[in-house]
Design a protein around this ligand. Structure first.
Ligand code: NAG
Ligand code: NAG
Ligand code: NAG
Ligand code: NAG
Ligand code: NAG
Ligand code: NAG
Ligand code: NAG
Ligand code: NAG
Ligand code: NAG
Ligand code: NAG
Ligand code: NAG
Ligand code: NAG
Length: 667
């Protein structure tokens, strides 16, 4: 299958042989435990969990339980025995799907009648007999220990309801047992007015441009251990405990010792992260950047039982201090990533407990408060916008000095890893985040103001990250407000340099008031999604960032340059070596026919996809650039791979991505 039972970001890949040169510089293995790069007055950054970095075993506050709806006098064993019977061979449940559905129903019954401690204990006992996939060492550490997921899952189970297909969705997307639930059709009349003719008019280029920086997936690792195993076979490499089980190596005999400047399978050590900023003046005039967008993900890819609220707060705090110190008065417009929360990816709708006060009862308010207060402190958004963000999952809209409206939304509400997306599954907007987006776009349309949408988890591409129902509604929103109002959409998350094209629907997509959002017309391109490359090399990528040239009035993208650091060479560095990688217009204008005055818009990129289908070297070029020219890039040398890639680029929703031909290669 395309995705893991729990589809966390990246599949772990690792080399079976050492890739790095043996010519190590002494600086690459300098064991000094604080940054050596960075002179702009930012905070000290630490290696190996030293200094103020919170320890691995730090525990976190847990959410208050819901009042049990139907208290009963049943014992924990009553529920445990049912699940044990369901999962046992010889029960009346024969398929994995049936076992999953029936067990989930028992958990629902327990959650609405028992104290949270009983649900947590049941999870551990059931894990003990089934070993279902978790991101922790034991069931204890996942559900009641440092990971502490039990009280969250108890809330989810209490809210689940058969009538909205929640069990099937949970059993398919989280456990890969049942078949995929159908994508809902969208009744657009419930959300917005029909598209007026003016909304299809593309504004004329102004001929003037500004520069904008796109940063994504920073993933600073303050626990990065210089000299440890960088070529490891489990999450996370470059840690004191990392080993390569095939090579029988570890910290004492590392097959690739972790350079202090980073490696392909590790998150960003301090000096790599800081070097991204340090490299910029050698490529462009930083003072000419009008503003920057940061499409999320600050925290390292630790397992659940190594993460704590203290650790997430620490990472978020030092990261925004670094960003402010490095970028000075150039504003940064951030969005919240799935790793910028605790537990990873978890966000609940504000009304989950049935009370209506915006944000007041949200168990993640501590995080939205922290982030929004830093964004306001740094002068990037106003007090009123920060207040909106603190009560609406980090979402805000801000008009830049140039007149562009930036609308930042929390895409965890369509991310498969956010367990709270598995109740009321057929509601594409349980949190209201998409209604907020619509409200903002309507205001822009009324004023003739152009908007960018920024978010972390991409809405489509291969479909493995984004749930079809909310991204179906998102697609309809884009089709309604592009190309006149939406000038661009920006994501991160995959760590790769990728594109997503949005199209208008086919005439056949509408049946009465219901829209089949998979029925799109490739001859009608509307707008672009740009997926920014990551600073972190994880997993098997190089580090990178992008500079855009943007039309100063229409805010269409007119140019893109990517810069990267080839981390497979990091042991030979005395400091990270950053290089220019490619210019999008000169790389992809393969016929030489796209006018220099025209933006790199959805029409241009659709032409590029047609070229990819007939020009294998072009699709291989795209494939290599996806990883920022990593030495471990997988081949894309067949027509089948080209077809799949083009399908992904043309997929702007989860449902569209799932419909692409899938073949796990080798291509
Ligand atoms: C080490 O450096 C020497 C001299 O620069 C070079 O000839 C040799 O190929 C390098 N070895 C590796 C493994 O890169
Ligand atoms: C990192 O910490 C571990 C203990 O967790 C220690 O064994 C190792 O030597 C430390 N690494 C460095 C570079 O100080
Ligand atoms: C965490 O680990 C440290 C040793 O690394 C130990 O001293 C401390 O007691 C532990 N704390 C908890 C809460 O387990
Ligand atoms: C639970 O047991 C107590 C004492 O045996 C009884 O008073 C109470 O009504 C029972 N509650 C339920 C919900 O059955
Ligand atoms: C059920 O049977 C399968 C295959 O025969 C076996 O691998 C598994 O452990 C059994 N499960 C239980 C709970 O007995
Ligand atoms: C299977 O179903 C039959 C008939 O409904 C029932 O009598 C039996 O107890 C069930 N077996 C198990 C293991 O649940
Ligand atoms: C789960 O298994 C572990 C290891 O066998 C054991 O120590 C623990 O008590 C078990 N937990 C429960 C709740 O049964
Ligand atoms: C499930 O949803 C149905 C229909 O909305 C509702 O009648 C029922 O009360 C819900 N059940 C639970 C346990 O929430
Ligand atoms: C579920 O979503 C529907 C709209 O699809 C909404 O009317 C209903 O209130 C929601 N139910 C819950 C429990 O939030
Ligand atoms: C349109 O919807 C109606 C009612 O839901 C259904 O019976 C019909 O088959 C649909 N038509 C098409 C072309 O999908
Ligand atoms: C892209 O730009 C070209 C040239 O300016 C224009 O003709 C076309 O309509 C634009 N396409 C979109 C989707 O904005
Ligand atoms: C190049 O020309 C071919 C043939 O007309 C066309 O299919 C393709 O879309 C064009 N590619 C670009 C990038 O313009």
């Amino acid at each position: 299958m395309l995705f893991h039972p729990i589809a966390r970001l990246a599949l772990l890949q690792y080399a079976t042989r050492a890739l790095a040169s043996t010519n190590y510089t002494s600086e690459a293995l300098n064991p000094q435990l604080t940054n050596t790069i960075g002179d702009k007055g930012g905070p000290i950054l630490y290696y190996n969990g030293s200094g103020p970095v919170p320890p691995y075993n730090e525990t976190s506050p847990i959410p208050a339980p819901f009042t049990p709806l139907y208290p009963t006098n049943q014992t924990e064993n009553y529920f445990y025995n049912q699940v044990a019977a369901i999962v046992a061979n010889g029960s009346n449940y024969t398929t994995k799907c049936e076992k999953c559905l029936a067990s989930t129903n028992v958990f629902h019954e327990a959650a609405i009648s028992q104290p949270v401690s009983v649900v947590t204990d049941l999870l551990i006992r059931v894990w003990n007999i089934t070993h279902f996939p978790i991101y922790a060492v034991t069931g204890e550490s996942e559900f009641s220990g440092v990971g502490g997921l039990g009280p969250y899952w108890a809330q989810l189970f209490a809210k689940m309801n058969e009538s909205t297909g929640d069990y099937q969705a949970w059993c398919y997307y989280q456990w890969d047992t049942c078949t995929v639930p159908p994508t809902i059709e969208i009744d657009e009349s419930l959300y917005f007015s029909p598209k007026p003719p003016a909304a299809s008019v593309v504004p004329k280029p102004s001929g003037k441009t500004i520069n904008v920086l796109h940063l994504s997936d920073w993933h600073l690792d303050p626990r990065y251990d210089i000299g440890s195993e960088a070529n490891c076979s489990q999450y996370l490499c470059c840690r004191p405990y990392s080993t390569n089980t095939k090579l029988d190596t570890g910290v004492s005999n590392a097959s690739v010792p972790a350079s202090r400047f980073g490696y392909l399978y590790c998150d960003s050590p301090p000096d790599l992260a800081l070097s991204s900023f340090k490299s910029m003046p050698s490529f462009f005039n930083v003072d000419d950047i009008s503003f920057s967008i940061f499409t999320g993900d600050i925290v390292s890819h630790d397992n659940d039982d190594q993460l704590s609220r203290a650790y997430v707060e620490y990472e978020e705090t030092v990261t925004y201090e670094v960003f402010k110190a490095e970028m000075g008065n150039i504003p940064i417009y951030p969005t919240l990533g799935n790793h910028d929360s605790l537990p990873e990816a978890y966000n609940t709708p504000n009304n989950i407990d049935g009370k209506k006060t915006a944000g007041a009862n949200n168990i993640f308010s501590w995080n939205y408060d922290l982030l929004s207060s830093m964004w306001e402190r740094d002068g990037w958004i106003t007090a009123a916008e920060a207040n909106h963000a603190s009560t609406h999952y980090g979402a805000y809209a801000h008009t830049t000095a140039q007149g562009l409206r930036i609308i930042s939304i929390n895409t965890d509400f369509w991310y498969v890893d956010n367990v709270f997306n598995f109740f009321n599954f057929t509601n594409p907007d349980q949190s209201g985040i998409l209604k907020y987006l619509i409200k903002e776009l309507e205001a822009c349309e009324a004023k003739g103001q152009r908007a960018w949408i920024i978010g972390h988890v991409l809405s489509g591409y291969d479909g493995s990250n984004s749930l079809p129902n909310p991204t179906a509604l998102f697609y309809s929103i884009v089709a309604r407000f592009a190309p006149a109002t939406i000038a661009g959409i920006f994501f991160g998350h995959t760590h790769e340099d990728q594109l997503q094209i949005f199209y208008d629907y086919s005439a056949t997509s509408l049946n009465g008031t219901l829209r089949n959002t998979n029925d799109i017309d490739i001859s009608k391109p509307l707008t672009m999604g740009f997926i920014g490359p990551s600073i972190t090399p994880l997993t098997g990528n190089n580090a990178g960032y992008q500079l855009y040239q943007v039309d100063a009035e229409t805010f269409e993208i007119t140019g893109i340059q990517t810069y990267f650091a080839n981390v497979s060479e990091s042991l030979t560095w005395t400091s990270p070596v950053w290089q220019f990688e490619y210019d999008a217009r000169s790389t992809y204008n393969v016929n030489g026919t796209w006018p220099a005055t025209s933006p790199l818009n959805a029409t241009f990129w659709t032409d590029v996809t047609y070229s990819m289908l007939t020009n294998q070297s072009l699709v291989e070029r795209y494939n290599l650039l996806e990883t920022k020219s990593s030495v471990v890039t997988k081949n894309c040398s067949t027509a089948a791979c080209a077809k799949q890639k083009v399908c992904y680029i043309r997929s702007g929703s989860g449902g569209q991505g799932y419909a692409c031909p899938y073949d796990d290669g080798p291509f």
